[in-house]
Design a binder for this molecule. Structure first.
Ligand code: GDP
Length: 278
């Protein structure tokens, strides 16, 4: 991603002109880091000892990362329920399938719920993925009540002793009130039977600052526990990962790097920090 390579080289050189600082500043802003974080890192970089450039910059940005647990919930005595939320087009349904595939590859049982009943294609899409993975999907009627699907799914997950239930929810662009109502109802229905353990918000890394705005709405409306950041294989400039974690203090749990089932991986902060200087 090389986000900080130029900054690092400049600090290491020991002499940076004002013009060069301005150029570095614009490059970082255009990489979706956000003005506040850019100012912060440049202020610290100006104070850094050239011999110590990488360590100084890594220390600053390392402090922006979330300190919360990045591992996916895992209960040994009951089903672990994960809600996947986010705006349409961010990669919610694809990420739901990819996550189920990761869980299945880890030798765990997983059931899917197609609660995005407003988009017929989403249900078909999830069924196609599930067939490929070799797992079951609970779905309802088109335009039906997503909470009814959630009810059937948690009932089946419990009676079938599944280890995981992943619920793909509708992602229409919402007002906060609508969102709270819709997701709130799904959560209440599930929680009558078993706790909802994770609410993962899917964000498209290529949308930059817009993703941060979406995150604000969803975090205010529901108890988001972490992010799935998709499309990092595309034209994503990389700064949004840092901006998200610093702004909300929540961890990116997984990153999506393509359209295939295997293109989802846990987010590794150490590796990520190193990649920023490569
Ligand atoms: P949803 O509306 O949020 O459920 O989004 P979809 O799962 O239908 O995905 C929207 C589009 O983004 C599809 O064409 C996916 O193949 C694509 N997509 C999802 N995740 C990724 C990713 O990590 N990388 C790339 N390049 N494309 C992705």
């Amino acid at each position: 991603m090389s986000l900080f390579k130029r900054l690092f080289n400049a600090v290491r050189s020991g002499s940076v002109s004002n013009e060069e600082w301005d150029e570095i500043r614009s490059t970082l802003i255009s990489a979706d880091l956000g003005v506040n974080l850019v100012n912060e890192v440049i202020t610290q970089a100006k104070l850094a000892n050239p011999a110590d450039a990488k360590q100084s910059i890594t220390t600053v940005i390392g402090q922006w990362l979330s300190t919360k647990d990045r591992r996916l919930v895992k209960n040994s005595d009951r089903v672990s329920t994960i809600l996947i939320v986010g705006v349409n087009g961010t990669g919610k349904t694809t990420s739901t399938a990819k996550l189920a595939n990761l869980i299945k590859n880890d030798q765990k049982t997983v059931l899917l719920a197609a609660a995005d009943t407003f988009r017929a294609a989403a249900v078909d899409q999830l069924q196609t993925w599930a067939k490929r993975i070799g797992i079951e999907v609970v779905s309802g009627t088109a335009n039906g009540d997503p909470a009814a699907v959630a009810y059937s799914a948690i009932t089946e997950a419990k009676s079938g002793n599944y280890e995981y239930l992943i619920v793909d929810t509708a992602g229409r662009l919402h007002t906060k009130e609508n969102l709270m109502q819709e997701l709130g109802k799904i959560i209440r229905v599930i929680e009558k039977h078993s706790p909802v353990d994770e609410i993962l918000l899917v964000l498209d890394a290529t949308t930059g600052q817009n993703g941060i705005n979406q995150a604000k709405v969803f975090i205010d409306a529901t108890g988001v526990t972490g992010f799935i950041l998709t499309k990092l294989d595309g034209s994503a400039k990389g700064g949004v990962s840092l901006a998200l974690e610093k702004e909300f203090g929540l961890p990116i749990k997984f990153i999506g790097t393509g359209e295939q089932l295997a293109d989802l991986a846990p987010f590794e902060p150490e590796q990520y920090l190193l990649s920023l200087f490569e």
